[in-house]
Design a protein around this ligand. Sequence first.
Ligand code: NAD
Length: 258
Amino acid sequence: MGLSSFALTDRVAIVTGAGQGIGRGIALGLAEAGADIVAAELEPSRAEQTAAEIRSRGRKALVVPADVRIASQVDNVVRRTLAEFGRIDVLVNNAGGLLGIVGPLLETKEEDWDRGITLNLKSVFLCCKAVGKVMAAQKKGVIINISSVAGMGAYTPAPHYGVAKAGVINLTQTLAMELAPLGIRVNAIAPGTVATALVEELFRTRPELREKRLKSIPMGRLGRPEDIAAAVVYLASDASDYVTGEVLAVKGGLPFVG
Ligand SMILES: NC(=O)c1ccc[n+]([C@@H]2O[C@H](COP(=O)([O-])OP(=O)(O)OC[C@H]3O[C@@H](n4cnc5c(N)ncnc54)[C@H](O)[C@@H]3O)[C@@H](O)[C@H]2O)c1
């Protein structure tokens, strides 16, 4: 198997939250590897910018406005993708975030807990279910869920988020077992601290974390969306044909977040 197995020529990939940050980086990375992209976004104007960059690189891009917390809107993403491209090869569940809910577990309001779990875990369930059914019929497909190092151990800054991201890892492992006999692979990526609007928001709320986090990263820099995109391209491609149910941490050597 040569390096051509990393290519994604003419594959159809849905990326949720592709309008900015890591999702934008993933969409551009997949397009660079040859894929056509469906950008499912809460903020379609952001996604249109990503789509314009993809088209300027010679690949197709479709923006579907969607709130991935709502099943009917997820179903619409699937419908529009099938109408435009006829199949779904890759799903990247990237949309997620802190929602400005930062603070100790005992201070977390019940409605904030629900909001965090809905955005970061239920959305992944809904997208996996809707797209998984299409992939099951195709007997082909790859799902990549963006978890976090926050889901790999205690995460004190935002417990709702850590718990949801841990749930994403378990969902990944379970779905990988369910779909392996159909030739569908499901993996997760756990980014460390990546320089995006989400992290800027966290550092604004908890300024002491900026210095602390940088000091704790052995490689001495924050991650870039491209670092995550490279891992997604690998997991989306035939190069990872024997990899399923895994969590690939991309975190500059960061031992633990805490
Ligand atoms: N930045 C980090 O350090 C980091 C670390 C680990 C994991 N992650 C995860 O990576 C993913 C992307 O994070 P980011 O830092 O790029 O965030 P970001 O806030 O910069 O971008 C998130 C994008 O998702 C979109 N989005 C939000 N809610 C949505 C919804 N309900 N439906 C559709 N789209 C929605 C937003 O409009 C935005 O364009 C998230 O799942 C996040 O939890 C980020």
